[in-house]
Design a protein around this ligand. Structure first.
Ligand SMILES: Cc1ncc(COP(=O)(O)O)c(C=O)c1O
Length: 372
């Protein structure tokens, strides 16, 4: 529709709308000029692994050796490698829903069976550790945790994370902790899981990367910190699948990790302000309720009150119809909750300019007001 010249506003993006910081881009250019354009070690360059481990130790007091770090093509690829390394055919992996779109598909690709642990809006989408325990079976191999959370914006309380980690560890269930939004936690500092429960270090893979914190989604730079035997297996899988992640991106990521961090702080501050803006604007929307997100850059409204109503004669049967109608009629793109195993909800990204947030919110309210 955009290509047809229509004034579509997209609040569907899962990526920062800021440019990658100048100093990072410069290092990439330097890498090209210096002909750093060939294969690197398959699991990433030692210098970058060291930089990631050093930063982690400085910030969180937990030491990882170089053989406990892997660099992959985005956090997504880290999770993929881990699931392929961990899962045998029929192994179960617990996924907390609503959930980011790729977990379920990746588990299935790895031959595993996703087992859902539901969370409820009434409980701020925080998982109940007892429910996690109930879902663990002799076949459970791993659990994927994600905090700050996509799509709900939940940030799991420390005591909940510790409880889940204790339960999983005591039952031999490995934890994949997806912390890709860790720099975007607005009300309290987001702490890596391994810092909360260092005694479980050998049972945890910390997943992170450059995409969200440094506005580097296109560079495909993710990393994992975990036990050496798992990292080794992940490296072998990666070696056969993609070989090394992009050499130039690795030099850029090195600058991201080692260089000044002011732009990370500045982007997080701006996202926090946009959170306030979108919450205050959409508070007035009819047929829509939401929890104020604590992290990431998504609002996850419940739109069940709009279902069964009609827009220009078409019944809004579900979140998919609502998303389609909103795009067709008001030119605002959002993501239906069904994509996250959460029908009855929609995900609105506030990784967009304030001007777009204001205009899109106006259109969303108009759309909902016109329902009969
Ligand atoms: C929860 C979550 N994990 C992982 C990723 C993947 O990040 P990357 O771009 O580093 O692969 C995303 C991207 O949207 C995400 O939302």
């Amino acid at each position: 529709m955009k290509r047809e010249g229509k004034d579509v506003i997209s609040l569907s993006a899962g990526e920062p709308d800021f440019p990658t910081p100048r100093n990072i881009k410069d290092e990439a250019i330097k890498a090209i000029e210096n002909d750093f354009t060939h294969y690197t070690p398959e699991s990433g360059i030692t210098e970058l692994k060291e930089a990631i481990a050093e930063k982690f130790e400085k910030e969180w007091g937990i030491k990882y050796n170089v053989n406990e770090v892997i660099i992959s093509n985005g956090a997504k690829h880290v999770i993929f490698n881990a699931l392929f390394a961990l899962c045998d055919e029929g192994d179960e992996v617990l996924v907390i829903t609503p959930a980011w779109v790729s977990y379920i598909e990746q588990i299935k690709l790895a031959g595993g069976k996703p087992v859902i642990v539901e969370t409820k809006e009434d409980n701020d989408f925080i998982p109940d550790p007892k429910e996690v325990e109930r879902k663990i079976s002799p076949k459970t191999k791993a659990i994927i945790l994600n905090s700050p959370h996509n799509p709900t914006g939940a940030v799991y309380p420390k005591d909940v994370l510790i409880k889940i980690a204790e339960t999983a560890t005591s039952k031999g269930v490995f934890i994949i902790s997806d912390e890709i939004y860790d720099k975007l936690s607005y009300d309290e500092e987001c702490v890596p899981l391994v810092h909360l429960i260092p005694e479980a270090k050998e049972n945890i893979l910390i997943v992170n990367g450059a995409s969200k914190a440094y506005a580097m989604t296109g560079w495909r730079m993710g990393w994992g910190l975990g036990p050496a035997n798992l990292i080794k297996a992940m490296g072998i899988i990666q070696g056969h699948m993609t070989s090394n992640p992009c050499s130039i991106s690795q030099k850029a990521a090195l600058e991201a990790v080692r260089g000044p961090q002011d732009e990370v702080t500045e982007m997080a501050r701006e996202f926090k302000e946009r959170r306030e803006l979108i919450c205050s604007l959409l508070e007035k929307a009819p047929y829509m309720t939401f929890r104020k997100p604590k992290g990431a850059f998504y609002l996850f409204p419940n739109i069940t009150k709009a279902l069964g109503k009609s827009f220009k004669g078409e019944v809004i049967e579900d979140d998919i119809t609502l998303a389609r109608k909103l795009l067709e009629e008001k030119l605002v793109a959002i993501v239906p909750g069904k994509a996250f195993l959460a029908p009855g909800y929609i995900r609105i990204s506030y990784a967009a300019s304030r001007k777009d947030i204001e205009e899109a919110s106006k259109r969303i309210i108009e759309f909902l007001e016109e329902l009969v």
